[in-house]
Ligand binder design. Structure first.
Ligand code: SAH
Ligand code: SF4
Ligand code: F3S
Length: 443
């Protein structure tokens, strides 16, 4: 029996890709193990979105070599694999397999090539749609599932490697998406998350010719599907019909992750984001005016080349105006082969760090304020786990907020009884900046 170990880094797309890789390998007779030392094949699914992420890859590859011992096969998958290609063999000579996301269905083939004497193999072609229908996906979570609806990205944000590491946009047919979603509902999944680097530019290549809002609405109508999420949305392609669909169907979660990157139109233009602050705010207005209380989250890059104090203040003002429910803040990181690398006015590291901290502090106060509004309300949660240390069940609201709660009828998992996977109405009694706490409301 052949054994493999896999470690994953990066976004949900990568996490889901690894589920496809695991399924494919199990199907070809491999067994998954939990330690590199026990494995014959050690795989690392990588991310190259920021320089730190990429550095980590090479450090970790060295560590694997020490941990796993002699005679092992090492493979690098994902975005660093696609970006660096054969250069990985030079930087980490113990690696013998390098493959990007579009080549995962070919993995068994590539591994056979290694077994039959090839010293090094690569799968780096990007012009394929084959990764969509991976029949052997082995999902990590039995209640919530990822579904890829679109691969790649056709935008050209000046700072970003993704169009190079994941190639051009390819949408999956609506039939194939819905077939997978229905199959998941039949297996007992009640929550799915539709994935793509830019789900809003989804365009059904098959006859119904649906746009994203239509696909989203159809997924929500699948019997048994209680929650449908989606990520990520590009503001330029975010249309009002998405909000209308959410308004109409409670199965569509009222949470939108709409990365803005900066509150300054001048910087947005230098980033090649294709929208101004005003255009972004129009989309925020649609959500604020909706009858459902839609949670809004975002990504921000601080210290993009040329970002002045005034530009940064625009970002602080935007954060206050929108009142985001949560925000991922990143310091701009120079990436290979991106236009922003050529810009001359890079910001010193200390200044980026300062801006990051100032924004984090502001956002924390906003979240404390926003979350306090939930105290006294009853929210439905999908129960995801149990925290032994605090004695609380871990739930998630439709708005994607963590709501930890105590349950008098089942204070802890016992004798095979668990609440995980179920839904419950929980009374919110306390709120912090990053989560809510409560008690299960009496039935
Ligand atoms: N497709 C998604 C984002 C993918 S990357 C979108 O367009 O929203 C996730 C986040 O990483 C981005 O939103 C951005 O905030 C951040 N990011 C991307 N490249 C970066 C870089 N070079 N430096 C710092 N942050 C970066
Ligand atoms: Fe990168 Fe921009 Fe594409 Fe998002 S939309 S993946 S930030 S290029
Ligand atoms: Fe990273 Fe690739 Fe995702 S660069 S963020 S793993 S698309």
């Amino acid at each position: 029996m052949k054994t493999f170990y896999i470690e994953t880094f990066g976004c949900q797309m990568n996490a889901h890709d690894s589920e496809k890789v695991v399924g494919t390998l199990l199907q070809s007779g491999y067994t998954q193990v939990e330690e590199p030392a026990e494995a014959e094949l050690v795989l690392y699914n990588t991310c190259s979105i920021r320089d730190k992420a990429e550095q980590k890859v090479f450090n970790r590859l060295q560590q694997f070599k020490r941990e796993a011992g002699k005679g092992k096969t090492f493979g690098v998958l994902g975005c660093v694999a696609q970006q660096e290609g054969e250069r990985i063999f030079e930087r980490a000579p113990h690696v013998s397999l390098v493959a990007g996301s579009a080549s995962y269905t070919k993995l068994p083939e590539l591994l056979v090539q290694l077994e039959t004497g090839n010293r090094r193999v690569t799968g780096l072609s990007l012009d394929t749609t084959e990764t969509f229908d991976t029949p052997f996906t082995r999902r990590d979570n039995p209640h919530r599932a990822y579904i890829t609806i679109i691969e790649g990205c056709d935008k050209a944000c000046a700072y970003c490697v993704v169009p190079m590491t994941r190639g051009p946009e390819r949408s999956r047919t609506s039939d194939s998406v819905l077939r997978e979603a229905r199959g998941l509902a039949e297996l007992g999944y009640t929550e799915v998350q539709l994935l793509g680097q830019n789900v809003n530019s989804y365009h059904d290549p098959s006859p119904p010719g649906w746009d994203f809002a239509q696909l989203l609405a159809a997924t929500g109508r699948i019997p048994g599907m209680k929650r449908v999420r989606f990520t990520t949305s590009h503001p330029r392609d975010f249309v009002k019909s998405i909000i209308d669909a959410i308004e109409e169907d409670p199965a569509l979660c009222n949470h939108v992750h709409l990365p803005v990157q900066s509150g300054s139109s001048r910087i947005l233009s230098r980033m090649q984001r294709l929208y101004s602050k005003e255009e972004y705010m129009r989309r925020i207005e649609w959500m604020k005016r909706a009858k459902r209380d839609i949670a809004i989250t975002t990504d921000i890059i601080v210290g993009f080349p040329g970002e002045t104090e005034e530009d940064f203040n625009d970002t602080l003002r935007l954060a206050e105006e929108v009142e985001y429910d949560s925000m991922f803040i990143f310091k701009y990181s120079k990436r290979p082969n991106t236009p922003a690398l050529q810009y001359e006015d890079h910001i010193p590291e200390e200044e980026k760090t300062r801006r990051l901290m100032v924004l984090q502090e502001r956002q924390r106060a906003i979240q404390i304020r926003r979350n306090a509004n939930y105290v006294g309300r009853t929210e439905e949660v999908h129960i995801e786990g149990y925290n032994l240390a605090t004695g609380q069940w871990i739930g998630r609201t439709t708005q994607n907020k963590t709501l930890n709660f105590v349950d008098a009828s089942l204070p802890r998992p016992s004798e095979g009884k668990t609440l995980v996977g179920q839904y419950a109405d929980v009374l919110v009694t306390r709120a912090g900046p990053n989560s809510l706490a409560g008690e299960r409301a009496a039935a």
